[in-house]
Design a protein around this ligand. Sequence first.
Ligand code: CAO
Length: 552
Amino acid sequence: MSEKIQVPDVGSSDPVDVIEISVKVGDTIAAEDTIVVLESDKATVEVPAPKAGKVTAINVKVGDRVKEGDDLLMVEAGDEAGDSAPAEPEGKDATPAESQDTPEPAVEEAPAKSASSSGSRTETVTVPDLGDIEGAEIIEVSVAAGDALEAEQVIAVLESDKASLEIPAPQAGTVESVTIKVGDKVSTGDALLTLTVSGESAESAEQEAAGSASAASEPQSDATGKQEQAQQQAEPAKKASATSAAASSPSKSVHAGPAVRKLAREMGVDLAQVPGTGPKERILKEDVHAWVKQRLENQPAASAGGGGLSLDLPEIDFSQFGDIEREELNKLRKVSAQNLHRSWLTIPHVTQHDNADITDLEAFRKQQNKALEREGVKLTMLAFLVAACAKALKAFPRFNSSLENSGEALIHKHYINIGIAVDTPNGLVVPVIKDADKKTLKEIAVEMGDLAEKARNRKLTPADMKGGTFSISSLGGIGGTAFSPIVNWPEVAILGVSRSDMQPVWDGSQFVPRLTLPLSLSYDHRVIDGADAARFTSYLSQLLSDMRRVLL
Ligand code: CAO
C-alpha cells in the first residue's frame, strides 16, 4: 500500500522552494535516502525518506513552493519497512541530516592566556552544543596555526551518523594552535583550537554574543559552500590538496544544493568556477555538465593532445589516511597514460563481445607445433588471431580506417598493419606487424616472437611501433573472461582476447565440450555501427572455428 510522504517541519513558516528531486517513480529507496531538497531564504534542507520502499508517485516538481504538511511523494513500503516513522527528518526538535543550522561554537577564555598588554587575548574555541550527538568525527580541519580567520570562516567539519556540521569561527582572530586532527572523535565542549583575538574584535564578538545569534545560525548546507571555500583557502600552502583553479577563486561563495555538490565532487569540478543559471544564480546539475563539456571542448590541445591528465581533479593528500610512497612514472608510462586518456576522451567506445569455437584450431595448432619444434618456431594462438583479423579487416574495410579530425571523411588504408599490445615491466608497448595479410602464419608467429622479445628488452625502434591500422590485446595467457580494451587512436577498433575455456555447447541434440575463446571488440562508434561490429566479431568467430576459411 502506498503511503504519503509530506513536507516535514523545515523551520520556516513561509513556503520553501523545491530545488531538487533526488528520486524518480520506480526508484527503490532506503530509509534516510534524500528524496527532495528544499530551500528557504535561510537554509537548504534535504528531506530524507522516513522508511524504505518504492516510489510510486511524485507530487511536486522543481520550482514548486511547498510548506509543512504538503504532499511530496507516495512510497510503497518495502518488506523491511515495518516501523513507520513519521514523515519528519528526525522528529520536530531535531533537524534533518544536512539541514540543521550550524551550531554556534562555544568560546571559552583560556585561563592560562588572558588579555595581553596590546588588548589582544587568547581564547579556546570548543565544540558547540551537539545535542545528543557523542563522538562526532572530525572529517576536515580547515585551518592551521598562524592562519588569520574571519568571523564565520569554517574551522572544521564534523560528521555524525546523521549530519555533517561545519563549525564556523565565532570571531575573527589568528589561530594560535589547532588541538584537533582529522579522525578525532569530539563531543560538546571539547577544545578545537586557540585563537588570538585583537581587543577590538574580542569586544565586538562579545557584543554580538550578547545580542543576536543569527550570524552564527547559518544553514549548514549553504555553509557547505564555505567548507569548499575554506578548504581552498587553508589547504594549498600546507598540503598538496587544493587545485590551482580552486585556489584562484578563494572567496567566491557557492550556491548549490547537496546533489549538485556531490556531482561536482564526483566529477572533480570546482563549483566556485561554475556559473549558476538557476534562481538566485543557484548552480544546477546542468550547469556542472555544461561546464565540464565546455572545458573538454576548449582543452583539446591539453588533454586530447596528450598534454596531461588535467580535468582539475583535486590532488589528494593520501598521507592523511596512512603511510604512502610516491613513485615517479617513467616516460613510457606517462606517454601511454596520455594516449589512453586522449583515446578515452575523444572516442565514443562500445565493446562487442563474442565467442569463437577454437576446438579444431587448437588441435591443429598443437599438431603443427610438434612438427615445427625442430625449426624452433611456435605457432601461438595470437598468430592465428592476427591472420584471422587480417582477413576480417579485408572483408570489413571500415575497421581498417581512420576518421579525419574534421569528422568530414574516413581515410581507408590499403594496407593492413596489426599492432600487438605487449606487456613489459616498463609498461605497455604496441609493436606492429606490417602487411599482416600478406604473411604466412609462420612468418607472423616468428615476427611476433621477435617483436615481443625486442619489446621486453627495450629494443623496439619507433618504426617498429608506427603505422598500425588495427590492434589486438591478448590477455589469454593470463586469464579473465572479457574486458573492454581502449581503441588505439587513430585506429578505430581493437580486439581484446581473453582466456579460452572448455564450455558445454548445444549441438542440436546434446551438449558437447568445445574450447571457447572470448573476444571483446572495442570500436569507435563514430565510425562503426553496432550491427557492423556484431557482423565483424561473428565473421571472425567463424574464421577461427574453421581456419580453412582464411585461405579462401
Ligand atoms: N587462452 C588460453 N591460453 C592462452 C591464450 C588464450 N587466449 N593465449 C595464450 N595462452 C597460453 C599460451 O598457449 C601459452 O601457453 P603455453 O606456454 O602452454 O603454450 C601461455 O598462455 C602464454 O602465452 P604468451 O602470453 O606467452 O603468448 P601469447 O602469444 O598469447 O601473447 C603477448 C604474447 C606478447 C601478447 C603477451 O605476452 C602479452 O604481453 N600479453 C599482455 C598484453 C596486454 O597487456 N594487454 C592489455 C593491454 S590494455 O588493453
